[in-house]
Write a protein that binds this ligand. Structure first.
Ligand code: AMP
Length: 421
């Protein structure tokens, strides 16, 4: 319960208004340590409640230690994308609404005049994307000297997006801080480990390790598909029969446009997010999806970074993601805090190997499903794994990749009448 976390009434009232009844596992883990002023290294993907896990303790700190009259920003939260910055900013405003604390946001794509107003306000909590904030530091329109707490949210994404050096420089500017926290969907990988080593002092390492209840709320399965037409048919089946709202992930911009045109031709109302989209278009696509005016959002991974839309019933992997960590990120958009969610992957033979990888990564097997009338003609390929085979003439084995065999079975019946099996 939140009242056991020693938070001021003003904060408890705000989270009550936000509909949070009890802390999520990452919140229960992080908040007590963070309130003791410890540095935090937390493995917490989106959807686990990580934002409130860092916002609540820093807000409590600011309330306990009132600012000096002339001080500037005291808490800096760095995030990889504009959308995430705006979401964190919105949560910060909601959490602080009964307090005197002030919040601001600085991101690319906004005019510099607005930034100047934000920075002149000396807000207590500033949420920013690294690139734009660094411009202000260079132009001396932002001063990091009063920062007492530095938070890196989605640190793995910041690294992926090439912000490593800028983040290090910003952290260097904020070297008088008392506390640092790093949140990342994964703590594996050299980049995140380096970040943690250089930016944190003797951190407490915490893992979201969602409770069984939280973990089981995303139901996952996959469909084996023969080809693109078959994938389209499976997708249409789900969109017509089972789905309230969904994000459909594709691997490239070209695939996104093809799929969008195909779904339009099938009379679906669809919106989409792609990389390098003008900010106003992104905002209006997201707004119509968030408001529920459009139920289907197609996106590439890059474009969908950081978006937090409540109540997505399904995530559909029309194309499998490159890595298993991305898979976890994608499906984290459904089944958010309390709601049940479903993640469906539609895979062709050449992507089948990724299913096994995801299973090993998440340690959760997921089953194949078939839709009557849309059964695949082909069988699942045999598991592709590295095998040791003998090279003739040499005694030593050599590692080669054994390719999966893809066997033809029967032809698919033409009737599309379907019932999920
Ligand atoms: P996050 O992982 O911070 O992006 O949070 C995911 C979603 O869960 C957000 O929409 C939050 O508003 C919501 N949330 C965070 N903490 C709680 C909580 N304790 N109870 C219910 N919902 C929450």
């Amino acid at each position: 319960m939140f009242d056991q976390l020693d938070l001021d009434d003003e904060l408890c009232r705000a989270i009550n208004d936000m509909g949070y009844e009890r802390p999520t596992s990452i919140q229960s883990l992080v908040i007590p340590h963070a309130m003791e002023g410890k540095d935090i290294l937390a493995d917490a993907p989106t959807g686990t409640g990580k934002t409130a896990a860092f916002l609540l303790p820093v807000c409590q700190y600011l309330l306990d230690h009132p600012r000096k009259d002339d001080s500037s920003t005291r808490v800096l939260i760095l995030v990889p994308t504009r959308e995430l910055a705006n979401q964190v900013f919105e949560q910060a405003k909601a959490i602080t609404k009964y307090t005197h604390l002030t919040c601001g946001v600085i991101t690319g794509g906004i005019n510099y005049g607005t930034d100047r107003e934000t920075l002149a306000g000396h807000c207590d909590i500033l949420v920013a994307t690294p690139g734009r904030l660094f411009e202000h530091i260079e132009q001396e329109s932002f001063d990091c000297r009063d920062i007492e707490s530095l938070i890196l949210d989605e640190a793995d994404r910041m690294l992926d997006m090439g912000f490593s050096s800028i983040v290090h420089q910003i952290a260097g500017e904020a070297r008088w801080r008392k506390q640092s926290m790093l949140f990342s969907a994964t703590l594996e990988g050299k980049g995140v480990r380096n970040f943690a080593q250089e930016l944190l002092k003797d951190p407490v390492t915490l893992s979201a390790d969602p409770s069984r209840k939280e973990k089981n709320k995303i139901i996952q399965w996959y469909h084996l598909a023969d080809d693109l037409n078959h994938k389209n048919a499976i997708l249409v089946h789900h969109l017509r029969n089972t789905i309230e709202s969904c994000i459909v992930f594709v691997k490239t911009r070209q695939r996104l446009h093809n799929l969008k045109d195909f779904l339009f031709s099938q009379d679906f109302s669809v919106t989409y997010l792609q990389g390098e989209m003008p900010q106003d278009k992104r905002n209006s696509a997201l707004a119509s999806f968030k408001a529920g005016d459009v139920k289907i959002l197609i996106a590439t991974d890059v474009a969908a970074r950081g978006i937090d839309v409540q109540d997505i019933s399904h995530v559909i992997n029309f194309d499998m993601p490159r890595g298993s960590d991305l898979y976890v990120h994608r499906i984290g958009r459904t089944g958010r805090a309390g709601a049940k969610g479903t993640a469906i992957s539609i895979v062709e033979a050449h992507d089948f190997e990724k299913i096994g990888k995801v299973e090993r990564y998440t340690k959760e097997p997921f089953k194949a499903r078939v839709i009557e009338g849309l059964r695949p003609n082909n069988k699942a390929p045999k598991v592709i794994r590295k095998q040791k085979v003998k090279t003739p003439g040499k005694g030593k084995g050599k590692k080669v990749k054994a390719k999966g065999k893809f066997k033809k079975k029967t032809t698919r019946p033409s009737s599309p009448k379907s019932k999920e099996a």
